[in-house]
Design a protein around this ligand. Structure first.
Ligand SMILES: C[S@@+](CC[C@H](N)C(=O)[O-])C[C@H]1O[C@@H](n2cnc3c(N)ncnc32)[C@H](O)[C@@H]1O
Length: 152
């Protein structure tokens, strides 16, 4: 049964716009510039395990895998529609990334299991309570010297 907490704001506010996410974001914000900056800032190393939280259409997730083929990259998003789009896009790009449907504040991962968590344009979708729950989950799944990098 769906918990009332599990309501979410779709990528562009309305589900009917989700299939247009990439062209709209590509035209309206400096997506490539800030995602490149975020990727550089995250300083991912070979063998790192990286979680892209609220991965959406996996533009950043794919870029991370292409820049760091020796790292293991996982994308998580709560919206089944965007995860379906993301799977098709990841397949077409030929990148090996794991995509999971789930909520940022209830992560299906063990404690201390990621070296990096990156997140782009997710946090403004979350209520204050869900921001706090999400941060607590990120802290739980990060390894002791792991790092969180956010662009929002
Ligand atoms: C504006 S989009 C950003 C997508 C992608 N990270 C990017 O930068 O293009 C926000 C994404 O967060 C997802 N989202 C919203 N609330 C979420 C939650 N509680 N847990 C996981 N994903 C969530 C939405 O489904 C959407 O795909």
């Amino acid at each position: 049964m769906q918990n009332s907490r599990d309501k979410y704001i779709p990528a562009l506010g309305y589900s009917w716009l989700t299939s247009l996410y990439d062209p709209i974001v590509g035209w309206t914000i400096k997506e490539s510039a800030f995602k490149t900056d975020l990727l550089q800032q995250a300083n991912i190393r070979p063998g790192d395990r990286v979680l892209d939280l609220g991965c959406g259409t996996v533009t950043l997730t794919i870029a991370i895998k292409q820049a760091h083929p020796q790292a293991e990259i996982v994308g998580l998003d709560c919206d089944p529609t965007i995860i379906k789009q993301a799977r098709t896009k990841a397949q077409k790009s030929g990148t090996n990334i794991a995509l999971v449907q789930g909520f940022s504040y209830d992560l299906p991962y063990a404690d201390s299991s990621f070296d990096r968590v990156v997140s782009s344009l997710l946090f403004h979708h979350l209520s204050r309570d869900n921001k706090l729950r999400t941060l607590s989950e990120i802290y739980r799944v990060l390894k002791p010297k792991g790092e969180l990098h956010i662009a929002d």
